[in-house]
Design a protein around this ligand. Structure first.
Ligand code: FAD
Length: 448
């Protein structure tokens, strides 16, 4: 019989389901409350294929919980960006000097369900679907819940609770009423819409399978990630208003003319373009920051509940999984002193969450705009050469996606890299113009 106190987890999304596995593996009884129905019986998000880029930080947490091998069975490696210009010309940019290094496209639904299946196979874990958390009582830590099927309201007495209830967290909303709680939310003037490139007639991929496809078009872009069934999920990131915008595409003729002019090579591959364009929602993009993330020994915010970021570095889930791994370490070090567990966790994570939020915003500009810019492309080539020549030189992308150094450090290294690249490329027009001795001296001086 276990003597450990039961833990509440609010939200059975990616962070909540992973956190329930971590807790159960430590022997804690876990009650996990999810406002949606069970996706294994009711289908996941309307059954659309939606995929996410998984990289080293997320993989580390999956490895720790014994989930990685199963996830790798449905993961598709992506070794770089495949850029599509308006003429349909393709340019491949590898993500890393090391050919083996890649990020993986994984189905959000499959990943979430795999985590749920593992958690539910453990006797410590009880799932409560169709259970919404309405509020947390800040004085006692009690959770006010509603069973959305019966309509019955009830209270969950015990603490500690882990709030993994996503970007619009009900728990965080209650915490916002405490004195000195910092909170900001910032929407981009862009929305996104998902479209599908189905498999070819024989189930084959209709574009290069092992790449993240990008159609960079200045102030907007479309991307596409592969799915195991041979399809690609495309996402158009596009202004809400303006000359070229969702608002301006107000007739079928305008939609088709726009796609044909801008994404001409993709149009024949998206047979249900108009239907999907009208049917699929236009969703918003928000950055949410807050602090503190915890309330004494009562509750801690994890994942998007504490830091929602825009998706342009493919790191939201990876950062959420890293939160879970750090929370797990803090529990091992300090539980049952939950006050210290939570406080240590938030201090370790906050500056890193801010750093990845900033890098995600910056990466939007890089993906949609500068990936097609000559100066940027030349610096990328130089950066690649530095990486191949000097072991200690790593690009910011490599540090974020292929290492576990704290995001805040990766951010700083990115600033240093840019200074080095700017200095080396002054007056240079080809790789032969780059002074490698100077490069070595700069790298020694600034990176070590
Ligand atoms: P969520 O996945 O949102 O889960 C929250 C859960 O809580 C949900 O199941 C919800 O139903 C439940 N819930 C909410 N409120 C309540 C309540 N009151 N009571 C009970 N339950 C509740 N990240 C990557 O790493 N790589 C990517 O490539 C990537 N691409 C993305 C693309 C897009 C377009 C978007 C929008 C995001 C992307 N992300 C990506 C980010 C990633 O989706 C999130 O960071 C991740 O889902 C966060 O997990 P979470 O568990 O914190 O929140």
């Amino acid at each position: 019989m276990t003597t450990l106190q039961p833990i509440n987890i609010i939200g059975a999304g990616l962070a909540g389901s992973l956190m329930s596995v971590y807790m159960a593996q430590k022997g804690y009884p876990v009650n996990i409350y999810e406002r949606r129905s069970d996706p294994r019986t009711k289908g996941y998000l309307g059954g659309r294929s939606i995929n996410l880029a998984l990289s080293v930080r997320g993989m580390y947490a999956l490895q720790e919980t014994g989930m990685l091998d199963e996830v790798m069975e449905f993961a598709i490696p992506m070794y770089g960006r495949m850029l599509h210009d308006t003429e349909g010309q393709l340019t491949f940019q590898a993500y890393s000097r090391n050919k083996e290094e890649c990020i993986y496209s994984v189905s959000r639904g499959k990943l979430n369900i795999a985590l749920m299946n593992l958690a539910e196979s453990m006797p410590e874990v009880n799932y409560y679907f169709d259970h919404r958390c309405d509020e947390i009582d800040l004085a006692s830590g009690k959770l006010h819940m509603t069973d959305t099927v019966s309509g019955k309201e009830f209270t969950v007495e015990q603490k500690a609770s882990l709030a993994c209830d996503g970007a619009f967290s009900a728990v965080r909303y209650a915490m916002q009423k405490t004195p000195r709680f910092d909170y900001s939310q910032e929407y981009l003037a862009y929305g996104y819409k998902e479209l599908t490139i189905p498999p070819g007639p024989n189930g084959e991929f209709q574009m290069e399978r092992e790449a993240l496809h990008i159609w960079p078009r200045g102030n907007y872009m479309m991307i596409a990630l592969p799915n195991p069934d041979g399809s690609f999920t495309c996402t158009l990131f596009f202004p809400y208003e303006g000359e070229k915008s969702f608002a301006a595409l107000d007739t079928d003729e305008r939609i088709m003319a726009f796609f044909e002019a801008e994404f001409g090579d993709a149009v024949p591959l998206i047979p249900n373009l108009l239907e999907e364009y009208h049917q699929n929602p236009t969703s918003s993009l928000v950055t949410i920051r807050c602090y503190p993330w915890t309330l004494e020994d009562k509750v801690a915010l994890i994942g998007d509940a504490s830091h929602a970021i825009v998706p342009f570095f493919g790191q939201g889930m990876n950062a959420a999984f890293e939160d879970c791994a750090v929370m797990s370490e803090c529990i091992d070090a300090y539980a049952p002193d939950w006050h210290t567990v939570f406080d240590t966790y938030q201090k370790l994570r906050k500056e890193n969450a801010d750093a990845i939020a900033d890098m995600a915003l910056e990466n939007f500009i890089e993906m949609r705009d500068t990936v097609a810019d000559e100066e940027f492309l030349f610096r990328k080539k130089v950066e690649f050469m530095l990486g191949r020549t000097f072991e200690q030189y790593k690009s910011r992308y490599e540090l974020v996606s292929f290492s576990r150094i704290p995001y805040a450090e990766a951010y700083q290294r990115g600033v240093t890299n840019l200074e080095i690249l700017k200095e080396l490329t002054v007056g240079a027009t080809s790789l032969e113009d780059i002074n490698l001795e100077k490069a070595e001296a700069l790298i020694q001086a600034h990176i070590g």
